[in-house]
Design a protein around this ligand. Structure first.
Ligand code: BES
Ligand code: ZN
Ligand code: ZN
Length: 465
């Protein structure tokens, strides 16, 4: 199903979103045959119910989708849009009734959800598809919703592609393709050049892989505030010499989820031509075992000059991000955002549905909190808790990449990153999960963007666009 709205003229099937409390009123306004049909099917207006109703000629007359009650709706997102996968193939259009009276349905959420429900990852095998198409609901911003859906599809495709086909080089190819498609200027620093260009921790983490580590950089836009996005691009995370156990290595193709999410967001920004100067940085590496791998107890000197004692080679994300953040911070952009599948602790704290973020910028935090809800992209602020700074200070180096004890693991990782940002007035870090563990409305099992839509919505407020 294409991730765009149907535009071709012709007959469409009117779609009614009916809650249990609206059911009676809806039925009394319909012909007897419709009432009989729906009562036979047992339609109650509960979420997840979706039925076609035939007319006297046997052809589709209308479709009904359960809108549930408020208590049920609050337990999820995009639930009504899930009908896109439950109804038979056809061209649907919200019934006129939905534009009259108080707006019970969030049309933006419904429309975006419908498009996102059409996503499937088809690179290796054809997936079950539906041909349900929706005409854009009246009054929504069609180019914006379509740009968001396309950006999210890019994020999902990048995460879902296994590491065998999405190593540092393939991520670079995708990065350059995106840049070129929208007139951004991409560059890359690869392999030994990372040492010459003083990006030593990106090199150290990635050097044991035969797939050379690299730093990808793109710039777009010539005026407006400067926004820099940094995404963790660990194409596979074995844990390195501190090899991950079976229980956690299985999903690590998604460890470039931060990179995938900032690229999806960058695409949205470029398609929608936000009036800002965008820079995207992705340290792309593979964290593997090998004779030349970096070791526990090694001490690395970062781009910034801070020394880092390696106490776990599985805490590699903060190392590659630290050098990228230092580079980003050198030109003091107006805002700097990092996104990374950084810690298991974040997943334990908030689970896969919420994107935890850290910032000292109160305006940004407030804007994210309010917009996140409105665009069904939930985020949750966690603190840069200064009293824990001591936890990332080991004995013989400036910083420890893996504090013992594991207390507040997401916070100590965020504090580690913050040490590398000094000149930028506004910094936020998202520790995302990047993966939908079981199918949900508009989110099939697999890679998923988080925090991207909340950011897109918040940017005009915080950057005065
Ligand atoms: N990529 C992982 C974090 C991760 C694990 C994210 C599982 C989502 C799901 C990261 O590189 C990592 O392994 N972090 C360690 C850090 C620890 C050794 C200080 C972690 O969280 O266990
Ligand atoms: Zn790791
Ligand atoms: Zn990792």
């Amino acid at each position: 199903m294409p991730m765009s709205f149907a535009t071709k003229p012709g007959p469409s099937i009117p779609l009614f979103l009916i809650s249990p409390e609206d059911l009676h009123g809806f039925l009394t306004a319909r012909p007897k045959a419709v009432r009989a049909w729906l009562s036979q099917l047992g339609f109650t207006g509960k979420l997840a119910e979706a039925h076609l109703v035939p007319g006297p000629d046997g052809k589709a007359l209308l479709a009904v989708v359960g809108a549930g009650d408020a208590k049920a709706r609050i337990r999820g997102r995009f639930q009504m849009a899930a009908a896109a996968r439950r109804l038979p193939d056809g061209l649907y259009e919200l019934a006129e009734e939905h534009y009259r009276g108080p707006a019970a349905v969030d049309l933006d959420e419904f429309a975006l959800g419908w498009l996102l429900a059409g996503y499937s990852f088809d690179r290796y095998a054809t997936q079950a598809k539906t041909q349900t198409r929706l005409r854009a609901p009246k009054g929504i911003d069609v180019p914006r919703i379509e740009a968001i859906a396309a950006g999210e599809a890019l994020t999902r495709d990048l995460i879902n592609t296994p590491a065998s086909d999405m190593g540092p080089e393939e991520l670079e190819v995708a990065f350059f393709a995106l840049a070129k498609a929208y007139g951004a200027i991409p560059t890359a620093i690869r392999g030994e050049d990372l040492l010459a260009q003083n990006l030593p921790m990106i090199h150290a983490v990635g050097r044991a892989s035969h797939r050379a580590p690299r730093l990808l950089d793109m710039r777009w836009g010539s005026s407006g505030p400067r926004l820099t996005l940094v995404g963790k691009g660990v194409c596979f995370d074995t844990g390195g010499l501190n090899l991950k156990p079976e229980s956690s290595i299985g999903l690590m193709k998604k460890d470039m989820g931060g990179a995938a999410t900032v690229l999806g967001l960058a695409q949205m920004i470029m398609v929608l031509k936000l009036p800002l100067r965008l820079r995207v940085l992705v340290p792309a590496v593979e964290n593997v075992l090998g004779g030349s791998a970096y070791r526990p107890q090694d001490i690395l000197t970062s781009r910034k000059g801070l020394t880092v004692e390696i106490n776990n080679t599985d805490a590699e994300g903060r190392l590659v991000l630290a050098d990228a953040l230092t580079l980003a911070d050198e030109e003091a952009p107006d805002m700097l955002i990092s996104m990374a599948t950084l810690t298991g602790a974040a997943r334990v704290a908030v689970g896969p549905d919420l994107a935890p973020f850290f910032t000292d910028d109160e305006d940004l935090a407030a804007a994210l909190n309010s917009h996140a809800r409105a665009v069904s992209d939930p985020v949750w602020r966690l603190p840069f808790w200064d009293p824990y700074e001591a936890m990332i200070e080991p004995g013989i180096a400036d910083l420890d990449n893996a504090p013992k004890g594991g207390f507040a693991g997401a916070i100590t990782a965020a504090l580690f990153l913050r040490r590398f940002v000094e000149n930028t007035p506004s910094y936020a870090h998202f520790d995302i999960y990047g993966w939908q563990p079981s199918p949900a409305p508009a989110r099939p099992k697999g890679g998923v963007g988080q925090g991207n839509r909340a950011l897109l919505a918040a940017l005009p407020d915080v950057l005065d666009l």
